[in-house]
Design a protein around this ligand. Structure first.
Ligand SMILES: [Ca+2]
Length: 197
């Protein structure tokens, strides 16, 4: 007697990727210069970029990390203000060695990370995030004007501090306003070590 193979029931369905799944970078980020304002515009994806000062005042290099593509102008010069407009997605922006008048970070929706080290601004720092678990981390900075940070909905973290007791500095000349942050710590006046000149 022949046996029929057991009938298998296969159900095909497209499952939505859960929010906790976060691809490690991607999308396209565009750099553009208008006058002395350098704007870095992201897209709906998780964008991961680094903006680094070259050592020449006003000159920067924009680099994409983790499969993020950079288009447009990636090596601007004569910059006095930088605006990051990252749109949706969990964006990750790192700024190293920037000397500017102003810096604006618009993170959009998603869990955004803004990190800066050795940041010197003669005017203001402004960080605005949409809904999401945002993380702002600024190490070693001198900001003559105001610091304004609004993280929108979601538990968020805000830390502005001197990097270490041996080599660190922090200074804010104006007002500090931090809104919608579950944890916030802002160093106002501290200098030590070689970087304190
Ligand atoms: Ca984005």
């Amino acid at each position: 007697m022949t046996q029929r193979p057991p009938r298998r029931s296969v159900s095909l369905a497209v499952e939505r990727l859960e929010d906790r799944y976060t691809p490690q970078g991607g999308g396209t980020v565009t750099g553009s210069l208008a006058g002395h304002v350098y704007t870095v515009t992201g897209d709906v994806h998780y964008n991961d970029v680094t903006l680094a000062g070259t050592g020449t005042p006003g000159a920067f290099t924009l680099t994409g990390n983790n499969a993020t593509t950079v288009t447009g102008l990636a090596n601007p010069t004569g910059v006095t203000k930088v605006v990051f407009d990252m749109q949706g997605g969990h964006d990750n922006v790192t700024v190293n060695g920037a000397r500017l008048k102003r810096l604006v970070f618009l993170g959009g929706e998603g869990n955004n990370i803004f990190q800066a080290t050795n940041l010197v601004l003669s005017e203001n720092l402004r960080i605005i995030n949409g809904a999401g678990l945002d993380n702002t981390n600024v190490r070693n900075f001198r900001i003559n004007g105001n610091v304004t940070i609004n993280n929108g909905d979601g538990g968020s973290y805000t830390y502005l501090y001197a990097l270490s007791a041996g080599f660190g500095f922090c200074r804010v000349g104006g007002n500090v306003v931090v809104a919608h942050s579950a944890t916030a710590s802002v160093c106002r006046d501290f200098e030590t070590g070689a970087a304190a000149r």
